[in-house]
Design a protein around this ligand. Structure first.
Ligand code: IPE
Ligand code: IPE
Ligand code: MG
Length: 232
């Protein structure tokens, strides 16, 4: 079983268009799909599930879509928090989420606080997350410590660098899934995915089911990971 599964939940807009619905209906349907995937991940015994919910570039979208996405998120957290907690899920946020609307920040902090002692699935939501932004924040923090004389350049190792990222305490993703047929990472976990297995199911996110997740995991289990080495 992969320890850490990371998902780029893409295709909500196209799903809505196909049904002749507004884009926000797609985001709403995407939240329902997510709910099932979180449950299934718990049952499967995955330790970490990370989902890409809003990128640093998604602010470019029309204001009403951006606002709508956060409203749907608040609604989801409100409605699901009790059940997440009951299922022993621990919620965390990756990204500069302080820049989200106040109401969303409040709900997310409430979710993290309420579930912080849970020992089941660690569910990470990437919000206002960008891989480049994350790397630059780490570089700035390291530069500051170095300038202050608290860190030597030779002490900057991959391990130390990893500790400065939003994902400081997480293992790197074993498996990255991106739905919708797009074959790119779109600024997701750039440092952490160096040796991740990538799977691109040809399905729009709202149509991604727990069965599809199991298929992806089967495919992952059939892959050979070498990490640059050779098989003995
Ligand atoms: C992913 O679905 C959700 C977010 C980026 C918030 P999209 O909204 O990108 O859906 P498409 O790619 O337009 O179909
Ligand atoms: C990536 O999807 C971001 C999320 C799923 C949150 P996008 O739809 O923003 O990516 P591009 O623009 O197609 O690369
Ligand atoms: Mg998209």
């Amino acid at each position: 079983m992969p320890k850490h599964v990371a998902i780029v939940m893409d295709g909500n807009g196209r799903w809505a268009k196909k049904q002749g619905l507004p884009r926000l209906a797609g985001h709403n349907a995407g939240m329902m799909a997510l709910k099932e995937i979180v449950k299934k991940s718990s049952v499967l015994g995955i330790e970490h599930l990370t989902v890409y919910a809003f990128s640093t570039e998604n602010w470019k979208r029309p204001q009403d879509e951006v606002g709508g996405i956060f409203k749907i998120l608040i609604y989801y957290v409100d409605k699901e928090l009790a059940e997440l907690h009951q299922n022993n899920v621990k919620v965390s946020i990756l990204g500069d989420y302080g820049l989200l609307p106040k109401e969303a920040v409040k709900k997310l902090e409430e979710a993290m606080e309420r579930t912080k002692d849970n020992t089941g699935l660690c569910f990470h939501i990437a919000l206002n997350y960008g891989g480049r932004d994350e790397i630059l924040k780490a570089v700035r923090a390291i530069a500051k410590e170095t300038a202050e004389g608290n860190l030597l350049p030779e002490d900057i190792t991959p391990e130390l660098f990893s500790k400065k990222l939003y994902t400081a305490d997480l293992p790197d993703p074993d498996l990255v899934i991106r739905t919708s047929g797009e074959l790119r990472l779109s600024n997701f976990l750039l440092w952490q995915t160096a040796y991740s297995e990538l799977i691109f199911p040809d399905v729009l996110w709202p149509d991604f089911t727990p069965e599809r997740l199991e298929e992806c995991i089967k495919e992952y289990q059939g892959r050979t990971r070498r990490f640059g080495g050779i098989l003995k």
